[in-house]
Structure formats: structure tokens, C-alpha cells
Design a protein around this ligand. Structure first.
Ligand code: ARG
Length: 245
């Protein structure tokens, strides 16, 4: 997706975004453990989303990976990360192939019909990335434009609501990209000729998805998250990946 955004927005430039290696999903086919005691906690994610999840060499790292590791540790479980397309994460969770979906995933009413969410662990925004010389100065200027998004994300949903806009799922030739704020900062920083509009498009919250009705796991995750918040460990994880401006 990074390559495609860059190609579409800035043409010929070479990308140097962190963790840029394009990896195919690690599919092991192993079923997620259904009991939480001492088993494996399988996390479904889409590791194209720095600083929340991205590749460093062979490993998926980032805020979500560290949170999952800390939660698994508290649960006495071993963490296994499965990288897949963003829109495959929910099916993985609802089918039981994964225990949790942890992917900078925004809590929305629609998703709540299909999965349960933990307490939120991060506040986020959707922002707009444009070329530096773009005449798009605010989200209001997106009418009639070609907008790039990642399939199945909230950016996809919001862009679809803009009057007369054409929504492209990271194909060629768009004039703006709607994406979460933190990945946007990484992206703009590592690619010349792009900028992020000052005005955010929306505000949202991230949480961990679990299969509907899996209250036992959900309770354990919420307890673990609460402890991570209270002990300051969550802030430490965030600070490790996001440097304060
Ligand atoms: N926050 C947005 C959403 O939930 C985008 C998340 C994309 N995450 C990813 N790992 N690619 O729809």
C-alpha cells in the first residue's frame, strides 16, 4: 500500500518508509487456541501501518505488537502474530482463526455488530495527505476529488460519504489520501513532496477486537489493558514509537 500511495501521489519517487519490505501474509493455518490458560494468543493484524504495526526485518513490531506481547505476558500465553489484509482481520476473528484483531482498528457501530471490542487504548484521527502543491487545503475541498484509501478502513467509509468523490483503494491517480494520523506522519516524513492537512477529518478510538460473546477473553484483556494503563507501561510503549512533537 505504501508503494502504491507513493506511486500515485508523487509519481516516480523511491520509497523509504520504515519497514518497507512487502511481505506476504504468514499463514500457518493453525487454529487459535480456544482456552486462554497457557495457550497461544493469535493476533490478526495488517502490518502496513507504522507506528502501530510494521516490519522490522522479519518481525512485526510497533505499538500494537508491543501491547499484544504485554497482554499475552499477563495472560501467561504465547503471542503469535498473523499478518493479513486489513479486511481479512475481522473474518479471522469471527471464524476463530485468530483470538484477537489488533490493528489500529477503529471502534465503529458497524463493527460492533460483528465483534466485541476491548476498552480503547488509543485516540486517533483520520487525516488527509496531499501533494505539497495541492489546491486541497481542507477536508472540505475533497468534493469531486479522487481519494485513495485502504480497503475496509474508516478512511474508506468516510471518503465514500464525500460528495461526488471517487474512492480508489490505493490504485493509481488520486489527489488525496485519507488515512489515520500517525501512519500519515510517518508516511509524509519519509516521502518528499507530500504534506498532511492541518485539519483532521475525524476523531476515533482504537480497541482490540474479539469474537462476539468471548467474554472470558475480553475480560482478561480489559484487565490486562487496565493494568498496563495504570502502571504507565502503555504510555511507555507509545512513547517508544511516537516521539512527542
Ligand atoms: N483505523 C482505521 C480503521 O480501523 C484504519 C486501520 C488500518 N490498520 C492497519 N493495520 N492497516 O478502519
Amino acid at each position: 500500500m505504501k508503494k502504491l500511495i507513493a506511486a500515485a501521489l508523487v509519481g516516480t519517487m523511491v520509497l523509504t518508509m520504515a519497514g518497507c519490505g512487502s511481505k506476504t501474509a504468514e499463514t500457518t493455518g493453525s487454529e487459535a487456541s480456544s482456552d486462554a490458560a497457557g495457550g497461544t494468543l493469535v493476533m490478526a493484524t495488517n502490518a502496513e501501518f507504522p507506528p502501530y504495526e510494521y516490519y522490522e526485518g522479519e518481525n512485526v513490531v510497533g505499538i500494537d505488537a508491543d501491547i499484544a506481547a504485554a497482554v499475552a505476558d499477563k495472560l501467561g500465553m504465547e503471542l503469535k502474530i498473523e499478518d493479513m489484509a486489513f479486511d481479512s482481520i475481522l473474518p479471522a476473528v469471527t471464524s476463530g482463526k485468530a483470538d484477537i484483531g489488533l490493528a489500529g482498528m477503529t471502534v465503529t457501530e458497524d463493527l460492533l455488530e460483528n465483534v466485541d471490542f476491548s476498552d480503547t487504548y488509543a485516540h486517533a484521527t483520520q487525516v488527509v495527505i496531499v501533494k505539497e502543491d495541492s489546491d486541497i487545503a481542507s477536508p472540505d475541498d475533497l468534493e469531486d476529488k479522487k481519494i485513495g484509501v485502504q480497503l475496509g478502513t474508516t478512511g474508506d467509509i468516510y471518503a465514500g460519504d464525500i460528495k461526488d468523490a471517487t474512492v480508489e483503494r490505493y490504485n493509481k491517480g488520486f489527489e488525496a489520501v485519507v488515512i489515520d494520523g500517525e501512519p500519515a506522519k510517518v508516511f509524509v516524513k519519509e516521502n518528499e513532496g507530500l504534506k498532511m492537512l492541518d485539519e483532521a477529518f475525524t476523531e476515533e478510538d482504537y480497541a482490540i477486537a474479539v469474537a462476539k460473546g468471548n467474554d472470558e477473553l475480553l475480560d482478561k484483556i480489559n484487565t490486562a489493558l487496565g493494568e498496563l494503563k495504570d502502571s504507565g507501561e502503555l504510555d511507555k510503549i507509545v512513547d517508544k514509537y511516537i516521539t512527542a512533537e
